[in-house]
Design a protein around this ligand. Structure first.
Ligand code: NDP
Length: 496
């Protein structure tokens, strides 16, 4: 016999087809609370979409530690070669809304939640090792330029390039975005980076600055603009479809986890600020150290529950892993957890996607969705300190060693200098192939085609500082590119 359908209060429902009415032709009776409940639930099926990274794809998997890094970290996860840990991934585009097409040119979010035995560690990274800006003041404005124009309600290349031209340090990330890697084929064919500088500390209380790299074990594959246009014409869900097919066929995507390591104190000898999110640490100076292997092998049973509700925050670190002075990281420590409290609610960490597999024992109390029990395990212990021996207590043995910081609290300006163009120049001249450079010129010229001449000129001046060939290549491509018929910045006349 099939299961009985019930109301959300568990009472069996007699019908799911016929409303309760005064006569065969209606009207409805207000007492049909089962219908009201059904309609009310439908009205509440959505939660606010993420302001950034709204469109996402996720899998569950496992990290296996393959190399010993205990000299850098006391994290329980890395305490022994062979340790494993459950992981929830969420990859995403940055700008597009929930229904946006997957194969758009954009940076991809690359978030991983490690359910370690000492709590959840979140790596909330991207498929690029750097970012557009290095000071959190600029982040909301940057994101605004990626979203819709307040009047046209269309994306605005004018706003994007105007902002980038005003923030020349963004040219490093814009170069990656407009290069071949700006449209990955799907998440299984791209690297992941923690991007920020984090830290690790060991049992002896020694700190090292650390960058995290997840190197894709599938070939790097990307779409050209033309290929992406065709794909999007056929399906808007190409990433979800690819991941579904791959995992269903047992072809589980894998990444190798590496770290780059810098001893605390060495940052003073570094030729530039190693906590600047617009810069990488060159591989030759800071070689990749292998740590483990990530295999994503399971499609979550319920997308909304495990992927839409997944709440990643760089504030989720575990003993042995810590932060750095990186200003963008510091701001994200506040802003990501705050976004989840707003979007999902006070107790978002108790949702199945976010609930730690480690024991939870805190003194935070009630509020909306307090659906779990008094988790100190002793109902008298609802404050701290208290007299109860079985009550949770802080553990001073996990106290992080002190972090050296600059001593002057001040708005230290970080002006754009020639240093900001060294790495984009290396990428442009030394890493990209001739064909890659040509496509970069064309992609950028196409993206800025709708922009005003003054914005274009300001952007060419930025490219010139990277390399004269770069400015010339994009200018030449722009001059030969066909103009787009409708631009998001075409003023829309009010109806007369
Ligand atoms: P290396 O010469 O040792 O390696 C170049 C790196 O660039 C590789 O990781 C390569 O990935 C990656 N790469 C290749 N094409 C692109 C692209 N279109 N967009 C983004 N990354 C790409 O690098 P260095 O450490 O000496 O740095 C040189 C420049 O390479 C940097 O200024 C930076 O722009 C870029 N880069 C550096 C990284 C780092 O962490 N050091 C990471 C990524 C990029 P793959 O191995 O898959 O080819």
């Amino acid at each position: 016999m099939s299961k009985r359908q019930t109301t959300s209060a568990g009472a069996p429902v007699p019908t799911n087809e016929t409303s309760r009415t005064a006569g065969p032709r209606g009207p409805l009776l207000l007492e049909d609370y089962q219908l009201i409940e059904k309609l009310a639930h439908q009205n509440r099926e959505r939660i606010p979409e993420r302001a950034v990274h709204a469109k996402g794809w996720g899998l569950q998997g496992t990290l296996t530690v393959t190399h010993d890094i205990t000299k850098y970290t006391r994290a329980a996860l890395f305490s022994k070669v062979g340790n494993t840990c459950d992981v929830l991934s969420r990859w995403s585009t940055v700008a597009g809304e929930l229904g946006a097409a997957d194969a758009e040119r954009d940076v991809r979010g690359f978030s991983l939640k490690f359910y370690t035995e000492e709590g959840n560690w979140d790596m909330v990274g991207n498929n690029t090792p750097i970012f557009f800006v290095r000071d959190a003041y600029k982040f909301p404005d940057f994101i605004r330029t990626q979203k819709r124009h307040p009047k046209t309600n269309m994306r605005s290349p004018e706003a994007m390039f105007d902002f980038w031209a005003g923030q020349p340090e963004s040219v490093h990330q814009v170069t990656i975005l407009m290069s071949d890697r700006g449209i990955p084929k799907n998440p299984a064919h791209m690297h992941g980076y923690g991007s920020h500088t984090f830290s690790m500390w060991n049992d002896a209380g020694e700190r090292h600055w650390v960058k995290f790299h997840f190197r894709c074990q599938q070939p790097i594959e990307n779409y050209t603009n033309e290929e992406a246009k065709k794909i999007i014409g056929e399906t808007r869900e190409s990433f979800q479809e690819d991941l579904w097919n791959m995992v269903s066929e047992g072809k589980y995507p894998k990444w190798k986890l590496f770290i780059q390591v810098m001893k605390e104190g060495e940052e003073d000898k570094f030729p530039f600020n190693p906590f600047d999110l617009t810069k990488v640490w060159p591989h030759a100076d800071y070689p990749l150290i292998e740590v483990g292997e990530l295999e994503m092998h399971t499609i979550p049973e319920n997308y909304f529950q495990m992927v839409e509700n997944a709440a990643y925050s760089p504030s989720n670190v575990v003993p042995g892993i810590g932060f750095s002075p990186d200003k963008m990281l510091q701001a994200r420590i506040f802003s990501y957890a705050d976004a989840h409290r707003y979007r999902l609610g006070t107790h978002y960490e108790a949702l199945p996607a976010n609930a730690p597999k480690a024991p939870v024992a805190h003194y935070h109390k009630d509020g909306a969705m307090r659906f779990f029990r008094n988790d100190t395990g002793n109902f008298n212990a609802y404050y701290e300190p208290n007299q109860y021996e079985d009550a949770p207590r802080p553990d001073p043995s996990v106290m992080e060693p002190p972090m050296r910081i600059d001593a002057e609290a001040y708005r230290h300006p970080q002006e754009v200098t020639d240093d900001d163009f060294v790495q984009p120049r290396a990428l442009y001249k030394e890493v990209l192939s001739d064909e890659g450079r040509t496509r970069l010129h064309q992609n950028m010229a196409g993206a800025m085609a709708p922009c005003s001449d003054s914005v274009k000129e300001r952007w060419y001046a930025v490219l010139e500082r990277v390399h004269p060939d770069y400015a010339k290549g994009v200018r030449d491509a722009a001059e030969s590119a066909p103009a787009l018929p409708v631009t998001p910045d075409t003023p829309i006349k009010a109806a007369e």
